[in-house]
Design a protein around this ligand. Sequence first.
Ligand code: PEP
Ligand code: MN
Length: 467
Amino acid sequence: MSSSSQTSRNEWTPESWKTKPIVQDVTYEDQEHAKRVLSKLDRLPPLVSAKEVLIDNLRQQLKEVALGNSFLLQGGDCAELFDYCSQDPIEAKLKVLLQMSLVLTWGARTSVVRIARMAGQYAKPRSKPTEMYEGKEILSFRGDNVNGFDPKDRDADPERLLGAYFHSAATLNYVRSLLDSGFADLHDPSNWNLNHVRSESVRSEYQQIVTQLTDALDFMGTIGADSRQQNNNALNSVDFFVSHEALLLDFEASLTRLLPCTIPSADNKAKKEKKWYNAGAHFLWIGDRTRQPDGAHVEYMRGIENPIGIKVGPTTKPDELVELLNTVNPDKHIGKVTLITRFGAGQVEKHLPQHIKAVKKSGHIPVWVCDPMHGNTKNATGGIKTRHFIDIIQELSEAFRVHKDNNSKLNGVHFELTGDSVTECIGGSMDLKDADLSTNYQTYCDPRLNYEQALDVAFLIGKYYQK
Ligand code: PEP
Ligand code: MN
């Protein structure tokens, strides 16, 4: 590490990113209004606790993922809208992620760590800051916490930052209450039905898992090994974490708090320590457009205790990747950083081996995840964005194979998906065609796997993943 970054390491504050170049920034016309909103945000309570983020929880679980003992499933909308903060969409998203993780756990015989792109995924980086509408140049839609999708509502409005906080809080509150009241209880198979799945083979494959699992639970109950009788809630409830892209640094800084956390020690005298956490989500990631080693986003991310993700694309140079890891994780904590590769189908062999080699040599042990969505966006007829299921599966299987060939292991997957029956990606067991896309094309940003396609992909991983 260079001596200048050594010095700046000591100088990290939740605001130190302001001294670095900021890309994908948002400018507010009324600066005073923005300041008032940010100082209100500063006072609002944390949404997640240090305990959930650190000890025994997400950091520890991701360490196990990095060591190959567990698998990471991360998924949700590309752009979450404030409107999705409503009973049905929240239940549908939670359900699809839980069902995918059940299929994965059963098929691959591995425990699964679940992180939703949810309860805060409201800001989007864009390739073009503006677009043309009725002959006029307007700002691109930057996500609900910046501006509105309606072309007449494209000015950045600071009030939306408060909207983001309260919609995150309400979403998280409902997720917690669903889980607390047994939504994920494996003893209640009615929670696990496949309401909208059309494909007979997916339904019957899934039904088989549920039947076998119910039998196994019955058996465990009979012999007294059921968790309910042991007062251990592993089967009645699950851990579920939320994440978003840390894009709007003013917002992220306002939710960055010095929180006490109990650090257990070998001599049983637990220590209390205060550290900086992003208290707005359990996990945050930096996107492919904002991961410049000397940029503001990296500067912000290096100071927080939360586990973080970095998107890795075809333009990421191996030495730049190691520099990033050294900057955000100088103590080389295992699993603190998740590298989310997104090269595109047919591109993995070209890029991934050099990344794996450089990271191995550096001594870092990250969580390696494949995002098979962002390198595979195409234009369908009429210019709408789509992704082909077959490309998604190809990139995934390439990532599994290339890791194996390079003495490494793919530790998880990152999808854009929804629990609803949208028609945004082509293919899958329901065999959606280009002409079907208009039936229920809902996304405000990138195309997502629908409920059925999400389960398809979980079955495929469950079958081919080898522990
Ligand atoms: C995203 O995850 O929605 C995204 C914009 O990804 P990337 O940064 O990999 O392009
Ligand atoms: Mn996206």
